[in-house]
Design a protein around this ligand. Structure first.
Ligand code: ASP
Length: 304
């Protein structure tokens, strides 16, 4: 091996303060986060690549309706699902999809593109046609839709908001990993924002904004108000601070998440890892659903 594996995942930035958060729900959520973490850790433990570990975590999170990705993705202003996902390996390979609604695991389609020479990013009907050509089973849009998300859309329509701020909201999902060979990877998957304009794409599937990995610096997966993360090209900015500025991961992440983003209205957070297996998980929102594990320690989960 040589390097010390490390893995972290997030289930999005939350808006409820701890005192208003149902404690039984917090327990169940943390158990689910740990279960998804174990899927990725099993890959690293067996000597597998970081990119496979992050996809295993994100695919597991996509299956949980609490989270805003895959089954349980939020609905746009037309009441439709539009899923976005991206995967990047630290050697520069990457794949991304946006606005898809017929692929059960959007992260797997992004991963397929990562393996495709000469292609990175596909959206909408073209992405779905590609999925069919590549043998991905077509699922009905109803597979993604839950009663909870329908209620949230009704509420957002009433208040006229495009919003992260429904009380029950759980977010976007993502993972970052360093494997036993020091290779990095990041993956992010989301339904975007409730009541978003059809066609709106946030930071999550945009390489460098919501998702980025470079074996020389770090791997990053973000969550929060996508427009601000896009404008700031947050994930690449973190890597650039390490690469060109010589900052530590902790200093880079804290400057961006705790100083710069709040000044611009960028509520949210991110998770990041270096080739040395250093993990940083940071948020300026009331919570960040998260779990992590290092080679020398037990799996851990936290919300606040
Ligand atoms: N960043 C995502 C987006 O703007 C939303 C989120 O992280 O909750 O699409």
């Amino acid at each position: 091996m040589g390097h010390r594996p490390a893995l972290a995942l997030h289930g999005g930035a939350g808006v409820l303060p701890q005192e208003r958060f149902p404690s039984d729900l917090a327990d169940s959520l943390q158990a689910e986060l740990l279960r998804c973490l174990a899927e990725g850790w099993a890959v690293l433990h067996a000597g597998g690549p970081a990119v496979e570990a992050v996809c295993a975590c994100v695919a597991a999170l996509e299956n949980i309706p609490w989270f805003n990705a895959g089954h349980g993705a939020v609905l746009n202003a037309d009441g439709r699902v539009e899923c976005d996902a991206a995967v990047m390996a630290g050697d520069g390979r990457c794949g991304a999809v946006a606005g898809i609604r017929s692929v059960r695991q959007p992260v797997h389609l992004a991963r397929r593109l990562l393996e495709e020479p000469g292609l990175v990013f596909l959206a909408g009907a073209g992405a779905e046609a590609y999925a069919r050509r590549e043998g991905f089973e077509a699922v009905e849009e109803s597979y993604f839709v839950t009663a909870q998300r329908q209620q949230e859309l009704a509420q957002a329509r009433k208040t006229g908001t495009v919003s992260l701020d429904t009380a029950e909201r759980f977010g976007t999902v993502g993972a970052v990993a360093c494997d036993g060979q020091g290779r990095l990877a990041a993956a992010t998957s989301t339904g975007g924002l409730t009541n978003k304009i059809p066609g709106r794409i946030g930071d999550s599937p945009v390489i460098g904004a919501g998702t980025y990995a470079c074996d020389d610096s770090c791997a990053v997966s973000c969550t929060g108000i996508g427009e601000v993360f896009l404008r700031q090209v947050v994930a690449h900015d973190i890597a650039a601070r390490l690469r060109y500025g010589g900052q530590s991961l902790k200093a880079a992440v804290e400057t961006v998440v705790l100083d710069e983003l709040p000044a611009l209205g960028g509520e949210g957070g991110l998770i990041a890892v270096t080739p040395a297996g250093e993990l940083v998980l940071c948020h300026n929102s009331p919570s960040l659903y998260r779990a992590w594990q290092r080679a020398d320690g037990p799996p851990q989960a936290a919300i606040f």
